[in-house]
Design a protein around this ligand. Structure first.
Ligand SMILES: Nc1ncnc2c1ncn2[C@@H]1O[C@H](COP(=O)(O)OP(=O)(O)OP(=O)(O)O)[C@@H](O)[C@H]1O
Ligand SMILES: [Mg+2]
Length: 225
């Protein structure tokens, strides 16, 4: 079986006052190539904590994360940064673009960070085209709408042709039409072979994805109760 991401018994302990609690509580999830996993859960249920660990941005206090069979946990910072840059497309919650760079330059940023072969600008323009915002390539982030900016952040996450796109609430604070548009585009990209792990607290997104999971008080259950 070709697993892209294997999350096993993943935990993250935090403290509130003096009391420890598990924001992510022994979560296991295997994601195959071509999956579109949609995780729904209320605010505070641990979704971002889970995604940040899955994307190698936050260290777990227990458990493992494997990307393409390789451990993410326990790597040096430099090695982790390289794997993240090359293999994981991540759109963090509330992600923003650099205001002094154009949309095209923002999309190119992860490509320029490490040496890459090929025509970065061509690839960035093709992605902007794919996401329907190529006409905004030369605009600055302050000059585009919230939905257009989300598309740019998705393009930025895809520029290095990652093994998986991990997106934390990519449609939050958008009007229903823009949110639906983005979910439809993500579904199309999944149809073209992109593997996706997405979280949202919005039950409007329930109809998307081939696997729906529910997050509650740090625990993940597949399927809906
Ligand atoms: N750095 C931290 N220190 C202590 N507690 C934290 C920390 N980060 C998050 N938490 C707590 O962990 C729990 C899970 O937070 P998380 O951000 O993962 O939730 P979420 O499901 O993403 O919520 P939202 O839908 O509002 O984004 C919450 O109770 C939160 O208060
Ligand atoms: Mg969150």
């Amino acid at each position: 079986m070709a697993f892209v991401l294997q999350i096993s018994e993943l935990c993250r302990e935090y403290r509130r006052g003096n009391a420890p609690f598990l924001a992510v509580d022994h979560v296991s999830l295997d994601i195959e190539a071509g999956d579109f996993v949609n995780v729904i859960g209320r605010s505070g249920s641990g979704k971002s904590t889970l995604l940040n660990m899955a994307a190698g941005m936050l260290s777990p206090t227990g458990g493992t994360v494997k990307l393409g069979g390789e451990d993410l946990v326990g790597r040096s910072d430099a090695s982790l940064s390289r794997v993240r840059n090359a293999k994981i497309g991540f759109v963090p919650q509330g992600a923003s673009a650099l205001p002094c760079l154009t949309i095209l330059e923002n999309v190119l940023l992860p490509f320029s960070l490490w040496p890459h072969e090929g025509d970065g600008e061509g690839a960035a323009r093709a992605l902007l085209e794919r996401l329907g915002i190529v006409h905004l390539a030369g605009a600055y982030p302050a000059e585009v709408s919230g939905g257009e900016l989300r598309r740019a952040l998705i393009a930025r996450a895809l520029i290095n042709r990652p093994m998986i796109l991990i997106a934390d609430e990519p449609t939050s604070n958008l009007d229903a039409d823009s949110a639906e548009n983005i979910m439809e585009t993500l579904t199309e990209l999944n149809g073209e072979g992109l593997t996706l792990l997405l979280v949202s607290h919005d039950s409007d997104t329930l109809r998307y994805g081939n696997r729906i999971c529910a997050m509650s008080a740090g625990k993940l259950t597949e399927g809906l109760a």
